[in-house]
Design a protein around this ligand. Structure first.
Ligand code: FDA
Length: 396
């Protein structure tokens, strides 16, 4: 006989962005929903996101903003729940927001506003949230699933895994979702940290250390991708949006090419400067275009000395080449400790792109960051959490 205290239509493991969105969606369909999380509080990554103001969507989000081994997988869910749909929800709750960069919407006051929207929606839909609950086992119960937790056994018809990725382990990130995927015969693609700062090897790290805090726009390239955004020098290496974005395309051993003066005709500029002011130096040119501290340090790093009149055409070509594609081989990344996302994860080839359910098990779902869909920086990752959460919530 069904026990109302422990039997649910839907159990969702993970009270993060995707899990809460899924819970409210399923709850509004009249399903009896329980969300479990081992953390003390729900949605902790939402609270820390966007520097505390949560970049909750990107109005220009398209499937091209996502990395996956199966790039078409995300299209259907993203099409059926769009940034405008989430914005409408935010508007209904009266949350004030601002567009900080084209398409990137942030809360005007606090990321807590977005978490409040989700918790209110869960409350209105009747979805229950149980925190400080650790799931120790999941078994098939024919029909449905038996869930063993530190607070006793539970049963459900549909099980949704929304446990996120491995980034920021101090926030409760675990590989539990991957274990469940393997238990049910799914492939888990190799994972690695994405949207993460680079560390630099010595002596470059030491040479750039005095520039810590300097930020300016560059174009970073790696493995056929490029991003034109600001780069920030830190005391450990290179960060800022340009570096975070390109880090998702970087593999250990790869070299980055960084155009320090994107949009500038460097070769023509330097040739013209040599003609007009033969006594000018490369440092003079750099000072006009780069933050002064960086210009000086970079010039010293390259050992460019003397007036331009002493430079042959081939010397100037070489200078331009370095400035257009400064080659940097990072020592590594800061890893999951500071990464915003985890690349890889549950292989989507075994999931339905319409429902997020396992192909031959329509009652178990994987949503959000646990699956092999990773967005660019700029609100795309939350948009995937909302869209995949709604896709599963509509059928779970
Ligand atoms: P999420 O990680 O949000 O939730 C997973 C939940 O599962 C957690 O509550 C966790 O406690 C729980 N859990 C894990 N293992 C469990 C277990 N074994 N048992 C029970 N519960 C378990 N994205 C964006 O679009 N805009 C932004 O501004 C930012 N900013 C940002 C800043 C920082 C510092 C980080 C780290 C990340 C971002 N992101 C972001 C990325 C974004 O936060 C991320 O993609 C989503 O939170 C993913 O949502 P999920 O619900 O999939 O996982």
């Amino acid at each position: 006989m069904a026990d109302p205290a422990s039997d649910y239509d839907v159990i969702i493991i993970g009270a993060g962005a995707a899990g809460l969105m899924c819970a409210a969606t399923a709850g509004y369909r009249g399903r009896r929903v329980l969300v479990l999380d081992h953390a003390k509080k729900p949605g902790r990554k939402i609270l820390m996101s966007g520097g505390g103001r949560c970049n909750f969507t990107n109005m220009n989000s398209t499937p091209a903003n996502f990395l996956s081994d199966n790039p078409h997988y995300c299209i259907s869910a993203l099409k059926r729940y769009t940034p405008q749909d989430f914005l409408d929800l935010v508007d209904r709750h009266g949350v004030e927001y601002e567009e900080k960069a084209p398409g990137q919407l942030f809360c005007q006051h606090s990321a807590k506003d977005i978490l409040d929207v989700l918790l209110t929606e869960c409350d209105w839909s009747g979805a229950e949230i149980r925190l400080k609950t650790t799931v120790t086992a999941v078994e098939e119960a024919h029909p449905g699933y038996r869930i063993t937790t530190n607070a006793g056994p539970l049963r459900c018809q549909s099980l949704v895994i929304a446990t996120g990725g491995l980034s920021i382990p101090t926030m409760g990130a675990t590989g539990f979702g991957y274990d469940i995927a393997r238990q049910f015969g799914l492939q888990v693609l190799p994972t690695r940290a994405g949207l993460v700062p680079f560390t630099l090897p010595q002596p470059l790290k030491e040479q750039l250390a005095p520039l810590s805090g300097v930020s300016y726009p560059v174009e970073a390239q790696c493995n056929g991708q490029s991003f034109r955004e600001p780069m920030l020098v830190t005391h450990r290496g290179l960060s800022g949006p340009a570096m975070l974005q390109i880090s998702s395309y970087w593999h250990p051993g790869d070299t980055l090419a960084i155009n320090l003066l994107p949009g500038q005709s460097i070769l023509n500029d330097l040739m013209a400067l040599r003609d007009e002011r033969p006594q000018a130096t490369v440092a003079h040119y750099l000072n006009q275009h780069l933050p002064r501290r960086f210009a000086q340090a970079f010039n010293d790093l390259q050992g460019w000395q003397g007036p331009l009149q002493g430079y042959r055409n081939s010397d100037i070509e070489q200078v331009a080449e370095v400035l257009e594609g400064w080659r940097v081989k990072p020592g590594g990344t800061e890893g999951y400790r500071t990464a915003e996302v985890t690349l890889g994860g549950v292989d989507t080839r075994q999931l339905s792109s319409k429902t997020m359910a396992v192909a031959d098990r329509p009652d178990i779902f994987f949503i959000g960051e646990v699956v092999d869909v990773t967005g660019h920086l700029g609100g795309h990752n939350f948009q995937w959490a909302w869209a995949s959460g709604v896709a599963a919530g509509n059928v779970a």
